[in-house]
Design a protein around this ligand. Structure first.
Ligand code: ATP
Length: 322
């Protein structure tokens, strides 16, 4: 009901909507309308009320509220069910619990702030309140678990395309899962999966996008940047998240129907760490070589100085161009 009141106010844009019209449209009393208006105000919506004229929407808060994301979202299942948190330890952790409780395919978990945001290999992810998109998608892809790893690369393509559409910036992809602008990280992706031999129970794709962050803590200040810093303007988080969900649905469908090849082609066009010297480090070793290509499963094809070729799986390594 609250959402319907908001919808009516939005439809009139900056004009007044009479209390009577809202009552008639929704079939509720004046007191009920007043209560919903108060609830919306408590969420940060600026609503002017004027005797006889009614209510007017004067401002929408910079929040990733489900009603904002859903309004105008052009997807069929991606992000159609939204779990919103003002604060979360980690959206991936909550997504896991929600998946186990039966959340639908494409459900989105989004938080304004993560207090224990995670990167790969147990690293932390800086996720300050209201400044980024910290979210996780819950998916149940009907594929063999062995076919799932490319989904991380597919997600990188979706984010890159969304950033281009909404912020007018062109991020490059660093194999396998980071998006860079001006050589610094603007997005990290963390995919986690629960599977049996032949089937995936659920898959969670966490993305952290640095949208309007102005200052990064010392230890990552040199390696991280935000869309705002690169575009020189505040970027709408709601629009970016909608674009991400739309791109994601489109690419996901292509992947399910046609396999990874068409998505990999798009990924390669965006990749900035191929055809150059790189260092690949894992806990065990650090090897240098020429990043020749990515094979059809998304592994890095690394040519070493002695001419031998290694196919490196994304799982446990970090890559640095040098
Ligand atoms: P790398 O390629 O940098 O070795 P990775 O791809 O293995 O890292 P991720 O899981 O994507 O790692 O990100 C975790 C790392 O990113 C952290 O160790 C930290 O250095 C850095 N980091 C943390 N928060 C942010 C942020 N908001 N923006 C950019 N980088 C961040």
């Amino acid at each position: 009901m609250k959402e319907q009141v908001l919808h009516l106010l939005k439809k009139q844009q900056s004009e007044f909507v009479s209390g009577e019209l809202i009552c008639k449209n929704l079939g509720v009393s004046r007191t009920a309308v007043w209560k919903h208006i108060q609830a919306l105000r408590a969420e940060g919506y600026e609503i002017v009320s004027q005797p006889r004229a009614g209510y007017r929407l004067a401002g929408v808060p910079d929040r990733l509220y489900p009603q904002e994301i859903l309004s105008g979202l052009k997807t069929e299942f991606m992000g159609r069910r939204i779990f919103y948190f003002a604060q979360a330890p980690s959206t991936n952790v909550l997504a896991r619990e929600l998946a186990l409780a039966g959340a639908p395919d494409g459900a989105l978990v989004v938080a304004e702030e993560q207090t224990g945001g995670r990167g790969r290999l147990g690293r932390g992810w800086f996720s300050p309140a209201g400044k980024g998109i910290w979210c996780s998608l819950i998916l149940y892809p009907p594929v063999n678990p062995a076919a799932a790893p490319p989904l991380t690369m597919l997600t990188a393509v979706a984010v890159a395309r969304a950033v281009r559409l909404v912020a007018g910036l062109a991020p490059g992809i660093k194999w396998p899962n980071d998006l860079l602008l001006e050589g610094k990280k603007i997005c990290g992706i963390l995919t986690e999966m629960s599977a049996e031999m032949e089937r995936i129970n659920y898959l969670i794709i966490g993305t952290g996008i640095n949208v309007n962050i102005e200052n990064f803590p010392g230890e990552i200040a040199n390696a991280a940047t935000s869309l705002k810093a690169c575009a020189g303007r505040t970027v709408s988080r709601v629009e970016l998240l909608q674009a991400y969900l739309q791109e994601m649905e489109q690419l996901y469908r292509i992947w399910i129907k046609e396999g990874f090849a068409p998505v990999l082609k798009l990924w390669k066009d965006l990749c900035v760490t191929l055809q150059r010297p790189v260092r690949v480090s894992s806990l065990k070793e650090s090897i240098e070589g020429w990043a020749e290509d990515v094979d059809e499963e998304g592994n890095l094809v690394l040519r070493l100085a002695d001419g031998t070729v290694r196919h490196i799986t994304a799982g446990e390594v970090s890559l640095r161009p040098f």
